[in-house]
Design a protein around this ligand. Structure first.
Ligand code: NAD
Ligand code: TDX
Length: 338
């Protein structure tokens, strides 16, 4: 199978590339990523020489630059490429609309033209909006996005649906809850708090710290996407989540305990505008219909993740200093004449 993976240099995308090369060495992975601030080829250094792996620097809104990739007879497109941070979407919505909506539409057009066998859109539980103290998001929960980020993801989901209904494009959409694990950009809750705690800096907790997220180890998300690629019924949406609801304070306290740092570092700051209170996923469809099961439990997964960041301080320093961005030039600049 020849697979075009977009956004493969980001957090989940790079974990997915590692997962697929390990689990399906017979497949060919083409990683198409424009390397925004969130794209980091250091994440993929260990696999860059693999004969069945190829990296191409390309923006998913650039139709003509993408075309030669589709001419290589792509079987499956998995679209991870996105602007993914809610706080940034509040400051700068434009780029979210451009990449998440127009970029997805560009890929859909090419997938249709080149008759790919499957298009998998990696979406998020945030498209459903927010929950109160009870209830779960199912695949039939109405879309009610609250941030420019989630609105752009919801817009993309509707386009994916429309290309199926109107043009018969074979699609699937996955909607996963919050992921944690290695290679997450340190703007997101868990790596940000780990970094601040290690440096004895304040930990900025939004609002009352009681917003709830349903945490899933990134590899379990990758496993779900792999299953959907191979066995997902055409046109279907699959929710993915591990029933690990924790409020933000609980997450932050676990980090402090594991690092032996005092709770006095916790600092309550002004809330995120439009801050969704609670996400929780009903994943019974993918569990019963495709037999998906998460492998990691939250208690051990979060500790493993904290230890990963501890033993990969060089990675973190490069990300924080922006040094990782030089890597592309060093590795590819001369070869590509850029
Ligand atoms: P990320 O921000 O870490 O990575 C995004 C990647 O996309 C980066 O490598 C970036 O360079 C690339 N990219 C951005 N704009 C691009 C463009 N115009 N053209 C080509 N590449 C571009 O994001 P992530 O956390 O790995 O999320 C990946 C996907 O999964 C996103 O679609 C996100 O909505 C979805 N998702 C994330 C989570 C989560 O908890 N992180 C949960 C559910 C769904
Ligand atoms: O400094 C912070 N302080 C804080 O209290 C940050 C960065 C976050 N938070 C809170 C906000 C949220 O309630 O922690 C929670 C998690 O925040 P993020 O890590 O920004 O994730 P979230 O907004 O839940 O969105 C994530 O999950 C769904 C991903 O970033 C999305 O890409 C994915 O779709």
């Amino acid at each position: 199978m020849r697979m075009l993976v977009t956004g493969g240099a980001g957090f989940i995308g790079s974990n997915f590339v590692h997962y697929m090369l390990r689990e399906h060495p017979e497949d060919i992975i083409i990683n198409a990523d424009s390397l925004t601030y969130a794209g980091n080829l250091e994440n993929l250094r260990a696999v860059e020489q693999e004969p069945n792996y190829q990296f191409v620097r390309v923006d998913i809104t650039d139709r003509e630059a993408l075309r030669p990739l589709f001419e290589q007879e792509i079987d499956v497109v998995v679209n991870f490429a996105a602007e993914s941070h809610v706080d940034r979407s509040i400051l700068e919505p434009d780029v979210f609309v451009r990449t998440n909506i127009l970029g997805t539409q560009t890929l859909l057009d090419l997938a249709k033209e080149f008759k790919v066998r499957k298009f998998v859109q990696v979406s998020t539980d945030e498209v459903y909006g927010t929950l109160g103290d009870t209830g779960l998001f199912s695949e039939t929960t109405p879309l009610a996005a609250n941030s420019p980020y989630s609105a752009s993801k919801a817009g993309a989901d509707l386009l994916v649906r429309a290309y199926h209904e109107t043009f018969g494009l074979p699609v699937n959409i996955t909607r996963c809850s919050n992921n944690y694990g290695p290679y997450q950009f340190p703007e997101k809750l868990i790596p940000l708090m780990i970094q601040n705690a290690l440096a004895d800096k304040q930990l900025p907790v939004y609002g009352d710290g009681l917003n709830v997220r349903d945490w899933l180890y990134v590899e379990d998300h990758c496993k779900a996407i792999d299953l959907v690629i191979r066995e997902g019924a055409t046109g279907e949406v699959y929710n993915v989540g591990g029933n690990n609801e924790r409020n933000n304070l609980q997450v932050v306290r676990t980090i402090l305990q594991e690092l032996g740092k005092p709770e006095s570092l916790i600092t309550y700051v002004t809330d995120r505008p439009g801050h969704d209170r609670r996400y929780a996923i009903d994943a019974s469809k993918i569990r019963t219909q495709l037999g998906w099961q998460p492998k990691y439990n939250y208690e051990s997964g979060i500790v493993e993740t904290i230890r990963w960041y501890l033993s990969n301080q060089a990675w973190m320093e490069q990300v924080k200093s922006g040094g990782y961005r030089d890597y592309y030039e060093m590795q590819y600049g001369e070869r590509l004449g850029s």
